[in-house]
Design a protein. Structure first.
Ligand SMILES: Cc1cc2nc3c(=O)[nH]c(=O)nc-3n(C[C@H](O)[C@H](O)[C@H](O)COP(=O)(O)O)c2cc1C
Length: 180
C-alpha cells in the first residue's frame, strides 16, 4: 500500500472535533508541508494566519457564516494571497497542509463560505489582500464516510474534450471511492 495514496483516499471533510491540543511538533510539520509546496515561478505569494487562540477561533468561525463547529478544531488556518495575485498558488499550498494533516491523523475541512471583510477584521488581514479559503485542523470526533464522486468517464476525456476516458476505480481503502 502506497502511504501517500492511502492518505489521499482517507481524507474527509471533518466537521466535529475532539477537545484536544494539536502539539507544536505536528503543527510545524503541517506548516512545513505548506512551505514546501510549489508556487508559480516560486513566487510564494501567500501567507497563512495560524489561529490557535480559542476566542479568535470562535470569532473566525462566526465570520465564516456562523459555522461554529470550526471553533472546536485546535487550529484554524487562514490562507491569504498578496495583493493582485490569483488564488491558485494559495489553494495548492493549502492542500499540501490538508494532506499533511491527514497523514498525521488530523481532520480538516476546506472552508469557502466566509465573509471576507469580517475574517479580515478578526485576523488583522490587510483589506487589499485576498482570502483563499480557511481550514480547521483538529482530532476528528467522528469518522465521516466517503462522499460519492462522479464516474471517471464523466470527469476524464481521452485526447479530446468530450470523449470519455474510463477505468475501474481502485479501492485502496474500504468504501473510499464510491461510498456515501
Ligand atoms: C473550496 C471548498 C470550499 C468548501 N467550503 C466549505 C464550507 O464552507 N463549509 C463546509 O462545511 N464544507 C466546505 N467544503 C467541503 C465540501 O463540502 C466537501 O469537500 C465535499 O462535500 C466533499 O466531501 P469530502 O471533502 O468529505 O470528500 C468546501 C470544500 C472545498 C474544496
Amino acid at each position: 500500500m502506497n502511504e501517500t495514496l492511502t492518505t489521499m483516499w482517507k481524507r474527509r471533510s471533518v466537521r466535529r472535533y475532539q477537545e484536544a491540543n494539536l502539539p507544536d511538533e505536528d503543527l510545524w510539520l503541517i506548516l512545513e508541508a505548506a512551505r514546501r509546496a510549489p508556487t508559480g515561478a516560486n513566487r510564494q505569494n501567500w501567507r497563512i494566519v495560524v489561529v490557535r487562540d480559542a476566542d479568535l477561533r470562535r470569532r473566525t468561525a462566526e465570520a465564516c457564516n456562523g459555522q461554529m463547529w470550526m471553533a472546536q478544531a485546535s487550529v484554524i488556518l487562514c490562507m491569504v494571497v498578496l495583493p493582485g495575485e490569483g488564488k491558485v498558488n494559495g489553494a495548492i499550498v493549502l492542500d499540501h497542509a490538508v494532506l499533511a494533516a491527514t497523514s498525521l491523523g488530523y481532520g480538516t475541512c476546506w472552508i469557502g463560505a466566509y465573509d471576507a471583510s469580517k475574517v479580515k477584521s478578526v485576523l488583522g488581514i490587510p483589506v487589499d489582500h485576498d482570502i483563499v479559503n480557511l481550514v480547521p485542523v483538529g482530532l476528528p470526533a467522528d469518522e465521516p464516510k466517503a462522499r460519492g464522486r462522479k464516474s471517471p468517464s464523466e470527469l476524464f476525456f481521452r485526447e479530446q474534450f468530450g470523449v470519455s476516458l474510463d477505468y475501474e476505480p481502485v479501492e485502496l481503502v474500504e468504501d473510499a471511492v464510491t461510498g456515501e
